[in-house]
Design a protein around this ligand. Structure first.
Ligand SMILES: [Zn+2]
Ligand SMILES: [Zn+2]
Length: 255
């Protein structure tokens, strides 16, 4: 029984075969998933999906790449959505210095506003970080994000940074990159982070694990991520599945 804690089956790449994708996930043992929306269209689609499929939940937020587009009414909308029974987290939010559509200062402000909202509505947060680790950690600390905690999604940092995040009440979520042969850091992190603080995700349709690297990713492949973690930790797939699913259910307050 697996929990894909971060997927975008609301992406248009799943338009035609969403039904079949959900079926394949079930067959692979993926019983739960969180569908992440990060702007108006993807949030609306995520909510449609979670209204339709059992054991699917939504996280709603504003992506740092598009931070410049977020208006006050969007933040108010997120606050409204936080009361939806299947919305279990806010995000993805954070900082992304790889793309320069939104200036850093705007990204930081939008990130801070969303953390404050999460504290107000008492939901955990899902953090997107690309090439911005130092600023992400500083802002999480300054905003006292440990009060709500959450997930460092598709974590790609060092074990030292992972430790800092654990200390701030965050879970570490690993995705496809942990299966890549040359991925030293994610493998180190998988070994060092304790089992009760690890989660698995796909971030599909992006970042497909080996041997599907470069192809469209989908929730069924989260099993490959869990298998890799099991191998690295020297425990069974079943143990990884059971513990990561229990962690996710606890964090998201499911059952
Ligand atoms: Zn992301
Ligand atoms: Zn994502």
């Amino acid at each position: 029984m697996l929990f894909d804690t971060h997927c975008h089956v609301n992406d248009e790449q799943f338009g035609e075969d969403l039904e079949a994708t959900m079926e394949r996930a079930k067959t692979a043992g993926v019983q739960y998933m969180v569908v992440v929306g990060f702007d108006r269209p993807t949030i609306e689609k995520a909510l449609k999906i979670v209204d339709f499929y059992d054991n699917t939940y939504a996280s709603v937020g504003w992506h740092p790449v598009d931070a410049i587009d977020m208006q006050d009414e969007d933040l108010a909308w997120l606050e409204e959505l936080a009361t939806h029974p299947k919305v279990v987290a806010l995000g993805e939010m954070g900082l992304d210095y790889h793309w320069d559509k939104s200036p850093k200062e705007v990204q930081k402000e939008v990130f801070r506003k969303q953390i404050r909202l999460a504290k107000k509505v008492n939901l955990p947060i899902i953090i997107h970080n690309r090439e911005a680790t130092e600023d992400v950690v500083t802002i999480l600390r300054e905003e006292k994000a440990e009060q709500v905690g959450g997930i460092m999604h598709c974590f790609s940092g060092s074990p030292e940074i992972a430790k800092k995040c654990l200390d701030m009440n965050f879970y570490i979520s690993l995705g496809g990159p942990v299966t890549f042969k040359n991925a030293k850091k994610p493998k180190e992190v998988a070994i060092q982070v304790p089992m009760d603080r690890l989660l698995v995700e796909t971030d599909c349709p992006y970042l497909a694990p080996h041997p599907y690297r470069g192809k469209r990713n989908e929730p069924a492949y989260v099993k490959l991520v869990a298998e890799q973690i099991a191998e690295l930790k020297g425990i069974s797939l079943q143990e990884v599945a059971q513990q990561t699913t229990a962690n996710a259910k606890k964090l998201f307050g499911i059952e």
